[in-house]
Design a protein around this ligand. Sequence first.
Ligand code: SAM
Length: 322
Amino acid sequence: MLQVYFEHLIDQRQRDYLSPPPATLRRVRRAALDKLKPQLPRYDDIFALPARAAQHRDFCSAAVTIGTAAELDADARQTLWQHCHFFKPWKKGPWSLFGIDIDAEWRSDLKWQRLEKKLQDLHGKKIADIGCHNGYFMFRLSAYAPDVVVGFEPNPRCYFSFHFLQRYAQVENIYFEPFGFEHLDNYLAFFDLVLCLGVLYHHTDPVAVLRGIHRSLAKGGRVLIDCQGINSPTPTLLLPARRYAGAAGIWYLPSQQALAHWLQRTNFRHINFFYADYLSPSEQRRTAWADIDSLADFVCGERRTTVEGYPAPWRMYVEASK
Ligand SMILES: C[S@@+](CC[C@H](N)C(=O)[O-])C[C@H]1O[C@@H](n2cnc3c(N)ncnc32)[C@H](O)[C@@H]1O
């Protein structure tokens, strides 16, 4: 059943988004979907239900809203509630799904508020969301009538979470590509806007990520970056020995000047920082839908240090253009 669903997704993309997609991209997609195959049985029950379009959708409020409580009978609602539980912990949100309110670990709506004033006119534009997770920002972007929003995300859980939501939302101009920024060279000079949120410090070669984004942008295209770093006046980087604020997979944490230098040296122009502050435990926290250790468990607020003794997480938002 789910296999059929996958084939359908591929066909739909070929019709609606890149027509036709280049052979190299078709191969990348196929390989990425093949990697997901062993996971299909886990999701069989969820995707076996017939897809149904929500009548009410609201992508302009803090909670991405797909359907109202009145659209489901009691049995269908109970089943949906179980399916929502299956996707716990919800890391990015909030969502309202047929009246089920899902408060995620991250208040992605706060991130969105900071970014929204920098979006400009997106009508008819091609947008990439690198590391799109479950698609929260893709749904928010879709309200601006872009030509297309392409999410790049290699994490299988995110792929299935996105399609769980999209089966009800059925938004036409958003597409989830189940692979990462490593394949951006299939999109040379393609995008008008690239979002790179919460990604650079997770990778061993942030300069390569920025170079790939630069090549994927059309002339005059823009990137919006949210990057974790350190609050330092010098152009320095922190490289944690192992974990940082409890998290594995954190590499270089730049100061604002260091991030500016990365952007300059990858040929970005008009570099403009528009937000910087310590990450607050009101933005990343444990909730009923994300019953996991969160920021407050790993940062000692008063001393502004992580449990490992490093400077506390500092978030910087910057825009730049090609
Ligand atoms: C810290 S999360 C940020 C999610 C979202 N952009 C946000 O700001 O809330 C980093 C995301 O990047 C994804 N990721 C990991 N490797 C990646 C890659 N090679 N290319 C694109 N995304 C990747 C992770 O799976 C995760 O969803």
